[in-house]
Design a protein around this ligand. Structure first.
Ligand code: PLP
Length: 399
């Protein structure tokens, strides 16, 4: 008897994360009618036993090795610059300094534009390209704009970005060099989002804002699959993740559920920890208060551009993942981030973004709180390269 044929690549349908209502995956989609993010769902039952760690093991060292659970159907529409499959660096000296059993750093600074935004935007741009989008737009705190500029240029599609006027200079230089239309705004990412939305309505641009289309999270979720592969077929005890819009944390949580449905893992999960800046900590405040959604943070300020996100459309998904995993959320100051960028660098050789420094700064706090223990195997996410923040000083202003 021959096995049934594999399902075609791509998502089977889209599902509202608020109501569970389903929608076709072959049309462009933004938020659900309920105003919540949409998730791509795959025919995981049919993939069980075919899409396995062994099948993936000798594939390309990029996030496209997980193509069965990615939304792009036709390989011709993959826009790729070598994103993903970043090193998971064993860091015994930093582990000793922090007093944890084993510590690894997932070094996302090694993505094509120096941040993990490349994962999400590579996927969202590819899928939009496949579905016929001709013009891309994004509001960003910085790195997402650089990634969109890169993947738009690679696809040959025009890109419009709107960013705060105090975005780090290396990121502005990158956006300009990659040929994107750049608009600077006095304000925060939410203000940039309003400008983008107007132009999308008026001029037919396609809005790639965090979780407002279903596919950036699909790119980001590959971090969860990679952790499992790079740890030789298991997951760590704890993941410490610098959280802005939360796409990466939400994505990994989704990946773990998929991996369980595929038979890769059981019901065990790493404890998920969100780190934010004490100048913008809506998730920490909501977690401490036991809320299911996070009220917007007023007067957000931090030099960690990726963490300057006062309100996140996926707030309820972030908080749910943290709680269900037995994790937590903690805020650190810009000064602590800066100090830990230095300590992490000296102990590992990795020049981390402030957001990466924040994850190390969070560990002593989480240990004091009894949420991370001395024997734990911990993974810190360095989400970007320190090179993208040259000239920025703690507090949010340029040096
Ligand atoms: C965007 C960004 C973050 C926050 O990521 P989310 O998945 O949106 O929470 C963290 N670090 C860096 C360097 C970023 O660019």
């Amino acid at each position: 008897m021959s096995p049934p044929p594999s399902p075609p690549p791509g998502a089977a349908f889209l599902e509202c994360t608020g109501t569970g209502a389903t929608f076709p995956s072959e049309r462009l989609a933004g938020l659900s009618p309920a105003g919540k993010p949409l998730f791509a769902r795959y025919d995981l039952d049919s993939l069980r036993g075919r899409f396995t760690p062994a099948a993936v093991a000798c594939r390309v060292p990029s996030l496209w090795r997980y193509e069965e659970v990615l939304p792009v159907r036709d390989r011709a529409f993959r826009v790729t610059l070598g994103e993903g499959f970043t090193p998971l660096v064993d860091s015994p000296r930093l582990a000793r300094e922090l007093g944890v059993g084993r510590l690894r750093i997932k070094d996302e600074g090694q993505n094509p534009t120096g941040s993990f935004k490349d994962r999400g935007l590579c996927m969202a741009v590819s899928r939009a390209f496949e579905l016929g989008v001709r013009e891309l737009a994004i509001p960003s705190a910085g790195n997402a704009a650089g990634s969109t500029a890169a993947y738009g240029a690679a696809a040959g599609l025009p890109v419009h970005v709107v960013v705060p006027d105090d975005t780090p200079l290396p990121i502005l230089a990158e956006i300009r060099a990659l040929g994107a239309d750049l608009q600077l705004l006095r304000g925060l990412i939410g203000d940039c989002g309003r400008v983008v939305r107007e132009r999308c309505d008026r001029d037919g641009w396609w809005d790639l804002s965090t979780l407002k289309e279903p596919y950036r999270v699909e790119g980001k979720k590959t971090m969860g699959y990679e952790l499992f592969e790079q740890l030789g077929g298991r997951l760590p005890d704890a993941i410490v993740y610098p959280t802005g819009g939360g796409t990466g944390l939400i994505g990994m949580w989704k990946a773990f559920a998929e991996m369980e449905a595929l038979g890769w893992i059981g019901s065990e999960r790493p404890r998920m920890f969100s780190v934010q800046s004490d100048g913008c900590a809506p998730m920490v405040r909501a977690w401490e208060a036991g809320l299911e959604a996070a009220p917007v943070w007023e007067d957000a300020e931090t030099y960690a551009a990726g963490l300057r996100v006062p309100g996140a459309v996926g707030d309820f998904l972030i908080l749910r993942a943290i709680r269900e995993s037995g994790g937590g959320a903690v805020a650190v100051s810009d000064r602590e981030m800066e100090r830990w960028v230095g300590r992490m660098g000296a102990a590992t050789g990795i020049f981390a973004a402030p957001e990466g420094g924040a994850t190390a700064a969070a560990v002593p706090r989480l240990m004091e709180m009894g949420l991370i223990h001395g024997g734990d195997e911990v993974v810190l996410f360095n989400t970007g390269s320190g090179l993208k923040y040259v000239g920025m000083a703690p507090g949010g202003s340029r040096a």
